[in-house]
Design a binder for this molecule. Sequence first.
Ligand code: AMP
Length: 534
Amino acid sequence: MHSYSRGHDTPLIEQPIYDVFRQTAGRYPNRDALIVRHQNARLSYADLAAAVERTARGLAGLGLQPRDRIGVWSTNCAEWVMLQLAAARSGLVLINVNPAYRAYELRYVLEKSGMKALFLWERDHRTDYRAILADTNAAPPHTIYLGGDSWTHMFLNGVDPVPVEPSPQDVANIQYTSGTTGSPKGVLLTHRNLINNGRVIADGMHLTPHDVICCPVPLYHCFGCVIGSMAAFVSGAALLLPNAMFDPLATLQSVQEYHATAIYGVPTMFIAQLEHPAFPTIDCSSLRTGVMAGAPCPVKIMQRVIDEMHCPEMTIIYGQTESSPAITMSKLHDTLEHRISTVGLACANTEVKIVNRESGQTVEVGEPGELYTRGYLVMQGYDGDPDATRAAIDADGWLHTGDLAVMRPDEYFHITGRAHDVIIRGGENIYPREVEEFLLTHPAVADAQVFGLPDLKLGEIIAAWVRLRPSNPATAEEIREFCRDKIAHFKIPKVVRIVDEFPMTVTGKTQKYKMRAFEIDHLRLSAAASVQTA
Ligand code: AMP
């Protein structure tokens, strides 16, 4: 049997994003749509619809025309969501700009995207955004400071927007992929991509207007603005933003205060909450479901979220920005084994296959290969980069994800690593994920990251960075000793380093390349690192 699977077919939504939102708002005008804890804001669907109309008038007053591009360079806030919907309402293209970007990256996005307006806060307690923007020398025609005079003026000078009915096939959003590899690329996503993916996710979690989704993940990333806001607005659920940036305590407190029924996060966010000293005192009993995604999800952490955070219907989503993002998802009532050790089944209207990277052939079930996906979810391409688009999407419409995976006989998928993540030590292929899962079984280990280091003899050796639980000391040697005889000798990390934290992107992806660079420098491996291969 070949590793090919197809989610069930359902009719796609062929309406633009704002039509769908308007219908939901018409149905549930008095239910909560958006709760922003740090701004003390609570908007019903009727309130949010009215705020979006005002924002759309303001955008029209700036002279923006359908298909113009506007950027939002901001941490999570109510204005982000208003702009997301107002852009969709007005046929504008929203450009998500990572709030962690500094002048170099911001200039790149400003120049590359050709945005007509940029929305940002002047500063927050960490960052002076105004000064960074000035540093770029590339400010767009309109710079609007959220909450400032320019924002107020925009509303005061609002005019009736030109009547516009965006086509579902129009690009609604450009999301820059986070920088774990190479330079950022602008992923072009249509109304149809986004609203249908939001619907798949909402259906997968059985979201209803009675649900409150605690969303500590950033809105600039697809986890926030699709799995978060799109899924909420197709289903009538409330989107709860606990803080401007991820904070474990604020997230837990918001769950308790607003009786959240769903909670989102990348694995490291769940780890931070489970380990927080206040965790045992927080009442999480309102939780029912949620999504862990964005990075390989450790089995042990999933198990703890189900048991200790009271999320009996927790799900895993696997996907990437280029696929809107969800490709596979586990089912609420799957067996525990399916829900904690796989990333689920192909989503509705989605094809998935696993391909041998050398031969290009679909592999047999159980064999590893690269995961390809096809269907409504595939991006239109990378903005202004036809070569990169052709490299990512083949002539038959398959998106090559660059992720390595296995399809089981029951058609559930298991992610084994990134294509370039595989460590090859003396000819043995090692999937870092497997070693990380094993290290997590050590009682002192809170989190582990495994990566390859260059070695003159073996090609690569294995290194592990480990974070310990606060109350549980262990030495690097003890951890290595723990591995002995429990996993194959070639999988035992030669280098183990105990660290306080990992280098991370703001979306919570660990940056293994930084750990690797540190070790190459520290262990003086540059000779091995510069060996050329055929
Ligand atoms: P991004 O485009 O920033 O959302 O990153 C997508 C990448 O994150 C994927 O290509 C995977 O490498 C990884 N990823 C996302 N979800 C999962 C998951 N559930 N398990 C393992 N890796 C994941």
